[in-house]
Design a protein around this ligand. Structure first.
Ligand SMILES: [Zn+2]
Length: 640
């Protein structure tokens, strides 16, 4: 624990101007200094530093604080870490809190940690040197060359990236590193604690964990090496090994292939769920570009950095954790997920969603071609294609919705389609960001569009019909035997109109009672309501035309509202010819069906509006689905 005295001294002596100047170009304006804010993107300076008060404030994003806060925010350090950093810079001696035993414990813990950082750093330096000197280094260089990451032929960026990630070679053999570290005076306990060496089962001595591997160093946010990741290399030639004084493995014995990637175990200085690979190296680029690009593998990070995409980071062989998200959130509010283009990558996007959202990050997803990854993409199509994919990244929610509906959605049966729609509804419902929620309406439309793909002609025809109908109302007086004539929405919804069409249907059948057997009519009868339905039912049972009494019985069963009409039609048929009556009947049946469909559509639309207004996504999605079904039925396609 740092004593309050030290904190006060740091506050007193740390110059806000000199601290800020490290990161921001300041210009005098009046009594304060101004510059471009390092915490948000801007073109005109709104970041003010007040030397008298020792404070900074940004009028653009509202960031403000003192020197300690500035260091914390800019470097992603904790309060204590920032105080230590400033104390070191200002040459202030750090006096620990007064409790003597606690002070001793703290000092001891720091000494132990310092030894762990030191031994890790020594190992990193050793691996780097081996990549320059070891006789088998060419095998590690081959691996780098395959990925176009050789510094001799390459640009400065490649050399910088190799250096920044402390890429090295862990030599062949069992205790090359162990011996080197003990020569430097490190205890085997320290080397074992950070997992560089492993105790032999016999209890005698240790052996190197990383052997004949291409090595990456994992650093914490202060740039200290805390762990390693090593990639397996091909087995060297046996003759060459003997030459170098190693016993080649017995070729007659079956040998397990080494794991492709081997990582340091966790230690007092390394918690993989709380460490983001590359964040130390990427932190300035993340802040400057306004986003972090999250990739899956160490090689992806290294390759992107080597090709000038310096804001790439990776989780360390775990799913993206809330702690990792929070670390990134210290530097930016936006994260672009660029995972492998396979089903595991897709699952990883789904798995990352909670961590992204809960940390307050805005998540986006960049497209990676099927079967590829960012490193592969760089080699296949060049760095520009990766940049394009990043800049064309889509909102995470949008991506998740689309990939839910993409996977065979159109060929699915109704049941699994419904379950996918429910999954999408859940995605929407889980969204807590008010802005994203406000966009839910847009996403819902997108879903409707997507559903509409199955039946695009219907959708088009329908919208044309409605637009056309709005432009020209049907001429008055023409009750209309032409079913193709567009109907206005109000006509479609009018019960009078349905009633009139229903009467015409009944009339045709009364003209020629044999028409009652037409299958089309049976279907239309279901759509009739009230008195008309009763009349049609009675007509079906009456067997009219066989006898006069049957007509009397029929008329007696009719509701009063229909009686006069039926009597007149029976008395004086409008269509003498059966063929004419039949044609008109079919036209009116079509018309009735369309009216019914438009009415259902209208009802669904109203319910949709209500559901949208009340934020009931489940209901809204169910209604959208219903709407699609109705559209399909209007054109006699799809499920019934
Ligand atoms: Zn700002």
């Amino acid at each position: 624990m740092i004593g309050q005295e030290t904190i006060d001294r740091v506050r007193q002596h740390a110059s806000i101007v000199s601290v800020v100047k490290e990161a921001v170009r300041l210009q005098q304006r009046g009594r304060s200094l101004v510059g471009l804010c390092p915490f948000h993107k801007e073109k005109t300076p709104s970041f003010h530093v007040n030397p008298e008060r020792g404070l900074y404030h940004c009028f653009g994003c509202g960031a403000s604080g003192d020197a300690i806060k500035f260091v914390q925010e800019l470097s992603g350090l904790s309060f204590v870490e920032a105080v230590r950093e400033l104390a070191n810079q200002a040459g202030i001696e750090i006096v620990e809190a007064v409790d003597a035993s606690e002070r001793k414990q703290q000092a001891e813990a720091r000494r132990r940690h310092a030894e762990l950082f030191d031994v890790s750093n020594a190992a990193a330096a050793f691996f780097e040197r081996m990549l320059r000197e070891h006789p088998l280094r060419f095998m590690a260089l081959d691996e780098l060359r395959q990925r176009q990451l050789v510094s001799t032929s390459a640009t400065e960026a490649v050399a910088d990236a190799l250096q920044a990630f402390r890429v090295g070679y862990a030599p062949y053999g069992w205790n090359e590193l162990g011996q080197h570290l003990s020569k430097l005076g490190f205890s085997s306990v320290a080397a074992e604690t950070v997992g560089l060496v492993v105790a032999r089962k016999s209890g005698l001595g240790h052996y190197d964990r990383f052997r004949h591997r291409l090595m990456f160093a994992v650093t914490d946010l202060q740039g200290r090496v805390v762990a390693f990741s090593g990639r397996a290399l091909a087995e060297p030639d046996a003759a060459r090994l003997r030459e170098l004084g190693h016993d080649p493995p017995d070729a007659s014995k079956p040998r397990e292939a080494p794991a492709k990637y081997l990582n340091s175990p966790e230690s007092p200085v390394y918690k993989k769920r709380e460490t983001v690979f590359g964040l130390y190296q990427a932190r300035h680029a993340v802040r400057d570009s306004g986003a972090a690009v999250l990739v899956e593998g160490n090689f992806d990070v290294l390759s992107l950095h080597a090709h000038g995409i310096g804001n790439a980071v990776a989780p360390l062989g775990t799913a993206f954790t809330p702690d990792q998200a929070k670390l990134i959130r210290r530097f930016t509010s936006e994260i672009v997920l660029m995972f492998d283009g396979d089903s595991a990558g897709l699952r990883a996007v789904f798995a990352a969603r909670d961590a992204v959202r809960d940390s307050g990050l805005v998540g986006r997803v960049a497209f990676v071609p099927q079967g590829s990854d960012p490193d592969q993409m760089l080699r296949d199509t060049g760095v520009e294609s990766v940049r394009k994919a990043i800049s064309a990244s889509r909102g995470m929610l949008e991506f998740l919705i689309d990939s839910t509906l993409d996977r065979g959605f159109m060929t699915d049966d109704a049941l699994s389609r419904a379950s996918k729609i429910r999954a999408v509804a859940r995605l929407l419902a889980e969204e807590t960001d008010p802005e994203v929620r406000a966009m839910a309406r847009h996403y819902a439309d997108r879903i409707a569009e997507r559903l509409g793909i199955a039946d695009a002609p219907t959708f088009l025809a329908l919208s044309r019909r409605v637009r056309g109908a709005l432009d020209r109302e049907s001429p008055p007086g023409n009750s209309g035997a032409n079913p193709e004539r567009p109907l206005s929405p109000s006509q479609a919804r009018s019960p009078d109109r349905r009633q009139a069409v229903g009467m015409e249907i009944l009339g045709s059948v009364l003209d020629h009672p044999d028409l009652v057997q037409m299958p089309e009519l049976k279907e239309a009868t279901i759509l009739l309501e009230g008195d008309l339905a009763a009349a049609m039912a009675a007509l079906g049972q009456a067997n009219i035309g066989r006898s006069a009494s049957s007509i009397e019985q029929f008329l007696a069963k009719l509701p009063p509202s229909i009686h006069a009409f039926a009597a007149s039609r029976l008395a004086a048929p409008r269509y003498e010819q059966l063929g004419d009556a039949r044609t008109v009947l079919l036209q009116n049946i079509t018309k009735l069906r369309r009216l019914e469909q438009l009415r259902a559509k209208h009802e669904t639309m109203q319910a949709l509006q209500q559901a949208a207004a009340s934020g009931d996504f489940d209901a809204e999605l169910e209604l959208l689905r219903q709407q699609m079904r109705q559209a399909q039925q209007r054109h006699g396609v799809g499920e019934r």
